[in-house]
Design a protein around this ligand. Structure first.
Ligand code: KIV
Length: 283
């Protein structure tokens, strides 16, 4: 199976073939999403919120992203795996950014990195690209700046903001970024920015005019009823499914209905038998 690359993604934009990206944090989800034809799996610092339970992405560390990248890479055969640069892993200096991006690729095994910010990081993106590290940009509502924005608020409103977003996107493209996430900006602004670039844009809360879309997998699957931003479409309601299934399990265990006799196959006569209890299922 051929892996999605920076080149194939650019060809998708040229052909008008929409790019499908989701977040993933473990090998099992990665395998299922890879099977469904997802082009890019992002090991996002959103893991700080959906996996670790923080209110923001700020506490996420390099070690966290590396750990989850390794798991996701093991689960994929086709999707490009992108490792998210955590807060303060690249903001100090170009050297720090290049070193940490290199760690995500060497230790995490990902195929590209993503960082938040526009023109202010152009020199860093240029150095990373020159070093052979593919970089995805991320502008608009950049969650690592949540405290500067005063909350997770729509960005890119007003003529100045639109001009700045376009300038940021162009600066990233010129520096060598191969794609840019546009988050939380008006649809017409995202369309304008997309038209101004030769590299693909991937939108989240940025309308249909982008070259692709990205969502946090837990949002798409409806894992948290408390969290439903306007731009999220839930394709399942797994919160209910999981609670119902585990509730039935609890009732069965307490009532003695699980395990059933046929499921209690480890009898005295089997003890010490060479038959494996289970296998990984991998070929
Ligand atoms: O961390 C993340 O999951 C992201 C996406 C929402 C783009 O940055």
């Amino acid at each position: 199976m051929t892996r999605v690359t920076t080149h194939s993604l650019r060809a998708q934009k040229a052909a008008g073939d929409k790019i499908c990206m989701l977040t993933a944090y473990d090998a099992t989800f990665a395998r299922l999403l890879d099977d469904s034809g997802i082009d890019i799996l992002l090991v996002g610092d959103s893991l700080g919120m959906v996996i670790q339970g923080h209110d923001t992405t700020l506490p996420v560390t390099m070690e966290d992203i590396i750990y989850h990248c390794r798991a996701v890479v093991r689960g994929t055969r086709r999707a490009q795996v992108v490792g998210d640069m955590p807060f303060m892993s690249y903001q100090e200096s170009i050297e720090q950014g290049v070193r940490n991006a290199g760690r995500l690729m060497k230790e995490g095994g990902c195929h590209a990195v993503k960082l938040e910010g526009g023109a202010q990081h152009a020199a860093l993106v240029a150095r990373m690209t020159a070093t052979g590290i593919p970089v995805m940009g991320h502008i608009g509502l950049t969650p690592q700046s949540v405290h500067q924005f005063g909350g997770f608020k729509v960005q890119g409103k007003g003529a100045d903001a639109v001009a700045k977003l376009t300038a940021d996107a162009r600066a990233l493209e010129e520096a060598g970024a191969y794609a840019i996430v546009l988050e939380g900006i008006p649809a017409e602004v995202a369309r304008e920015v997309t038209a101004a670039l030769t590299i693909p844009t991937i939108g989240i809360g940025a309308g249909v005019g982008c070259d692709g879309q990205v969502l946090v997998i837990y949002d798409l699957l409806g894992m948290d009823e408390r969290f439903k931003p306007k731009f999220v479409r839930r394709y399942a309601n797994l919160a209910t499914t999981i609670r119902e299934a585990t509730g039935r399990y609890v009732a069965d265990v307490k009532g003695g209905a699980f395990p059933a006799d046929a499921e209690s196959f480890l009898r005295d006569k089997d003890a010490g038998a060479p038959t494996p209890l289970y296998s990984s299922g991998k070929k």
